[in-house]
Design a protein around this ligand. Structure first.
Ligand code: HMG
Length: 303
């Protein structure tokens, strides 16, 4: 059964832009985030306090956080990999962070230069200190449906990592199909298994759209109780440590589907489309969103 309303977490300004070959100047990142909050997105991942040598696209996240126009009720989490990142984020006055681990050893090593066990130990300290300061902590698990280096990933491993993140106090666990290889039945099996350890109300789905499966996967897990979905305006995104991965599911495509199904998200599709279009003009390429392109074509015909 489908819910009446869902919560969308916009990750384009972080997950999207971190994978752009060119570094988008920080004022354009601010303009994007402000346009997204005006479009009604309730949660907008605004940047990452990671090592700039690893992900130069996310440098200047402090400048972004300082310049955005915070809209009442909107949350602006940032990615934090370690205590150094937490310190930088707290100096910038953030109220929400996201920590990230993986269900694949090789991906963990490539992405954050340590094993899964080491990462969980490191993140437990980050989460504890963040919570002491009243900062909300979200947790990500990458490679929940496959790894770019190891191929298949055992569902038990996903459950273990998700449970560890929940145990350290993450209020929500986002399950990332980092390379977009998942299909609906497997996505549902994986979520059902994780929901045995972490209540489904605390799970979010984060599907990349590499094989065009993301909307189908969303629908599959929506029907078993997931009501929080990560998505990226204009389908921006990928992962610098996941070769071949394409962007997250496009927010416009998700909102178009939800609108059609009568499921509220609070997002204005036309304002969202224009936010994505403005950024794509900066990047010099069209949006990857099918809905955005169809709506633009209809406007072109005067529709
Ligand atoms: C975790 C580290 C730092 C380990 O990297 P390391 O090289 O092992 O760390 P280190 O402690 O040895 O430090 C190396 C240098 O980085 C600096 N440093 C250290 N930490 C920080 C920091 N926080 N902020 C700024 N600088 C930092 C540190 O000060 C030092 O600088 P130096 O002395 O050489 O000049 C590195 O591997 C890293 O930053 N990785 C981030 C990778 C990343 O951002 N990946 C993308 C996000 S994950 C993702 O996209 C998946 C997700 C979430 O979307 C879900 C999905 O789809 O699956």
């Amino acid at each position: 059964m489908s819910p009446d309303a869902v919560r969308l977490v916009e990750v384009g300004p972080r997950d999207g832009l971190q994978n752009e070959a060119r570094v988008v100047p920080w004022p354009a990142r601010v303009a994007l985030i402000d346009a997204l909050s005006q479009a009604g997105l309730p949660v907008i991942e605004a940047g990452a306090f990671v090592a700039p040598r690893w992900v130069p696209q996310m440098a200047d996240s402090a400048a972004v956080l300082a310049a955005i126009h915070r809209r009442a009720g909107v949350r602006y989490p940032v990615l934090v990999p370690n205590l150094k990142g937490l310190k930088a984020a707290t100096s910038g006055g953030v109220d929400d962070i996201a920590v990230f681990a993986a269900a694949s050893e090789t991906f963990s090593k490539k992405n954050i230069n340590c094993s899964i066990a080491e990462s969980l130990e490191r993140l437990a300290e980050v989460a504890a200190r963040a919570k002491d300061r009243g900062i909300a902590v979200r947790g990500y698990v990458s490679c929940v449906l496959g790894c770019p280096y190891e191929g298949a990933v055992a569902i038990d491993r996903v459950v273990e990592v998700a449970a560890a993140l929940a145990a350290m106090g993450c209020h929500e666990i986002s399950l990332g199909d980092t390379i977009g290889v998942g299909t609906p039945r497997r996505a549902r099996e994986m979520v059902q298994a994780v929901a045995g350890a972490v209540p489904v109300q605390r799970l979010a789905a984060h599907f990349h759209d590499t094989y065009g499966q993301a909307l189908a996967n969303i629908l599959a897990v929506l029907e078993i109780g997931v009501t929080t979905f990560d998505c990226s305006v204009a389908g921006l995104g990928g992962c610098p440590y996941a070769p071949g991965a394409s962007g997250n599911v496009a927010t416009e495509d998700v909102v178009y589907m939800l609108d059609g199904m009568g499921i509220a998200s609070g997002v204005d599709l036309e304002k969202l489309r224009l936010a994505g279009l403005a950024l794509c003009q900066t990047l010099g390429r069209p949006p990857a969103s099918r809905a955005a392109r169809a709506l633009a074509a209809r406007k072109g015909r005067g529709g």
